[in-house]
Design a binder for this molecule. Structure first.
Ligand SMILES: [Zn+2]
Length: 310
């Protein structure tokens, strides 16, 4: 199997990877490993402060807000937590310090990341009635490498009215997507056979070319996109063209005139693999981790087989 990042990617947290010398079941195994097996951090426990208290100006505030604690805990779980592999965090169930202690004492700096938030609604004499609490209001107690990323600070958590406060400690641990979706690092994971496009009938292809469509990088979709051999091999352009072909496909009323002027031909044993991470891992790292997960599994399987046959 060969892998290669398609030119122009990654873009943000999205990536396209060309996987060749392979077959659909191998590529699908990578897809499943990426969704279910690659570990990442997510908030899994929240301790809310509850009750009525008085602030330093003598105002009474109460720990109620528009969302039940369970819903808020779920919202916190879905915030992408930067998962830095170099920090050497371990899973709670294999942590040396926590393995043998009772459930309520589990959790130490080796296996969890600690966050806190303290917010209150507008003061009683304030003009605004409500205040929105954002992911950006969360403070990291552990290492700053785990700070919520700038791009995620705008995620709204809840709304507080006058006289309300919200205070909690939140604990993030490593987990895998197969146990809960909050630990799944990637979304929209898919793959398709790699195609090349062939310009069979340049004159009839004008039905498509005259529509004035462009590729995602702004090039006009016309005969110039194809090489001298009337073939288009650039992966991004072929995928753009595939979408454009829907404008002249069955049911458009143009398919007769177009008459298969451009056709797509699959490249043998090659697939374009694409996905987007939630930002907790960069896409290249996530992909490599998926391959590592598979490798470990098959190594173990090999050992098991060897011992079974011995
Ligand atoms: Zn621990």
């Amino acid at each position: 199997m060969k892998t290669e990042v398609v030119q122009g990617w990654p873009q943000g947290h999205e990536i396209r990877i060309l996987i060749s010398d392979t077959n659909a079941s191998q590529v699908n195994a990578i897809r499943r490993a990426l969704i279910a097996d690659v570990p990442k951090l997510a908030i899994t426990r929240v301790d809310f402060s509850q009750g009525v208290t008085q602030d330093n100006k003598g105002e009474i505030v109460e720990s109620v807000n528009v969302l039940p604690d369970e819903v808020l805990a779920h919202r916190l779980a879905m915030i992408p937590i930067p998962t830095n592999q170099d920090e050497g965090l371990v899973f709670p169930d294999v942590c040396q310090n926590c393995m043998d202690v009772v459930e309520k004492d589990k959790g130490c700096p080796m296996c969890q990341v600690l966050y806190t938030l303290s917010a209150r609604g507008p003061a009683s004499d304030a003009e605004e009635e409500f205040k929105t609490v954002y992911a950006g209001d969360i403070t990291t107690i552990s290492d700053p490498v785990f700070d919520i990323l700038d791009e995620h600070k705008q995620i709204p958590l809840t709304v507080l009215a006058k006289g309300q406060f919200l205070e909690f400690y939140a604990f993030a641990v490593l987990g895998r997507g197969r146990d809960h979706a909050k630990w799944s690092p990637a979304a929209a994971v898919g793959f398709q056979p790699q195609n090349i496009a062939v310009l069979n009938k340049p004159k009839k292809a004008s039905v498509l070319f005259d529509l004035g469509l462009t590729t995602t990088d702004g090039k006009p979709i016309d005969a110039k996109l194809f090489g001298k051999d009337k073939k288009l091999t650039d992966i991004n352009h072929v995928m753009d063209l595939e979408k454009a072909l829907h404008q002249v496909g069955p049911g458009t009323g143009r398919e007769g005139d177009f008459d298969d002027a451009i056709t797509l031909e699959p490249v043998a044993n090659a697939y374009v693999f694409s996905f987007e991470t939630d930002g907790s891992l960069d896409p290249v790292t996530a992909f490599n981790m998926a391959l590592d997960e598979l490798k470990t599994r098959f190594d173990n399987l090999g050992e098991d087989l060897a011992s079974a046959l011995a």
